[in-house]
Design a protein around this ligand. Structure first.
Ligand SMILES: *Cc1c(COP(=O)(O)O)cnc(C)c1O
Length: 403
């Protein structure tokens, strides 16, 4: 941050689209070049013993280029831009979104502690809690994502972290983040909020009262399906804890990937507008299909989380799901999916291309078992929405013919 990419803009007073264009770059320091250069580094040469000793004392490489693993000016530029955008004092770049999620939990727990995690959490985070935290004596309870104030009853004396993700992975429940963060604060519990769905432009979890925001930059920040990136954002105090965890685990975000993330960030505002509009149009179209039981998208006015979404979000992204009528057989769904022309079948999302995958919340949920019909998850890309609708329409015709 500081010394290598200190730009002149007073970030707090600027609107998001302005920050997207300007934060984290300073042409005057780079021969007038608009974008920060990609610095590849392991060794950093220090000019004097005094400089060397200063670097050695800087254990987490903060505000100084100390060693390649702790980041180069390219990393710092990305971190500075994301911190400015998210209203945190600091951001940390990670090698993946998952690494950011895990470090944000590990920063605040020790053996004997307890964490509360939303039942709608991104699947691999559940795996981390059950398969890794448990081995080190940290117990996890998964809670109903719509619990709201009821979280109070789930809190124990040894609860250290509440981990939120809103809307939830696969099924898009919106949480009462303000109520949960408020209760957590009175009990001295840290709240971590996974803000990947909102891109993160359309939700500000730190302003809602959370302590740490984590983002899979792999999705909308990178935006082109060609790099892995994670970010965590926090105030100074919480940042130091997460940074310590990241450093002790040997985290490193590669400079080329930081560059791609920064480049993606510049256009995230305009891309998101189109992802949002296309997803809403597809969602509305799907609500009218007789093959569809319901559409899981918090921006739809009849969604159970709609009022909370309106209160806490300024927009929606391109990712949502729909539930097919109960009893539709896998064989018919496979025929719908196999013949798609534009929608790709693949994990991750947030790139320019549309995706459609079957997902299985019934294999994951433990607090509230998932009992509805088969679920398909849509990512609306940047294609013309009429073409996307035609692709889905042909898919439904194949499905109906196969029933
Ligand atoms: C994809 C995703 C992650 C993990 O990000 P990776 O970069 O794939 O490791 C974390 N949280 C959510 C909500 C995600 O969708």
């Amino acid at each position: 941050m500081g010394e290598s990419t200190g730009h002149k803009m007073k970030s707090r007073s600027k609107k998001p689209d302005t920050l997207l264009a300007h934060a984290g770059r300073d042409p005057a320091r780079n021969f007038g070049v608009v974008n920060p250069p990609v610095y590849h580094a392991s060794t950093i040469i220090h000019q004097t013993v005094a400089d060397l000793e200063k670097a050695q004392k800087n254990r987490y490489g903060i505000d100084q280029v100390v060693y390649g693993r702790y980041g180069t000016p390219t990393t710092f530029a990305l971190e500075q831009a994301v911190a400015a955008l998210e209203g945190g004092s600091r951001a940390i770049a990670f090698c993946s979104g998952a690494a950011a999620c895990y470090a944000a939990i590990l920063a605040f727990v020790k053996a004997g502690d307890h964490v509360l995690v939303t039942d709608s959490v991104y699947g691999p985070v559940r795996g981390f809690c059950n398969g890794f935290l448990a081995r080190f004596g940290v117990e996890t309870t998964f809670y109903n994502p719509t619990i709201g104030e009821g979280i109070g009853a789930a809190i124990r004396d040894n609860t250290r972290v509440i981990y939120l993700e809103s809307p939830g992975s696969l099924t898009f429940e919106i949480q009462d983040t303000r109520a949960i963060a408020r209760l957590a604060k009175t009990r001295g519990i840290k709240t971590v909020f996974d803000n990947t769905w909102a891109a993160p432009l359309y939700c500000k979890p730190l302003a809602l009262g959370c302590d740490v925001e984590v983002i899979a930059g792999t999705k909308y920040i990178v935006g082109h399906s060609d790099a892995m990136m994670g970010l965590a954002v926090a105030n100074e105090e919480n940042f130091l804890k997460v940074r310590e965890a990241a450093t002790l685990m040997g985290n490193h975000a590669a400079p080329d990937d930081c560059y791609l993330a920064l480049r993606g960030l510049r256009t995230a505002g305009v891309r998101l507008k189109q992802h949002q509009a296309a997803a809403l149009e597809l969602a509305q179209w799907l609500t009218k299909r007789r093959e569809v039981e319901r559409v899981l998208h918090p921006a739809l006015s009849n969604d159970p989380g709609h009022h909370l979404w309106k209160r806490d979000f300024t927009g929606a992204s391109g990712l949502f799901s729909f539930v097919l009528k109960p009893g539709v057989q896998k064989r018919a769904i496979d025929i719908l999916l196999d013949g798609l022309e534009l929608f790709g079948m693949g994990f991750s999302w947030g790139g320019f291309e549309s995706l459609l995958v079957p997902v299985y919340p019934e294999h994951l949920r433990t607090a509230v078992p998932w009992q509805d019909g088969p679920v398909l998850r849509v990512h609306a890309g940047l294609e013309d929405v009429d073409d996307l609708i035609a692709d889905l329409d042909a898919g439904f015709k194949r499905l109906t013919a196969a029933l």
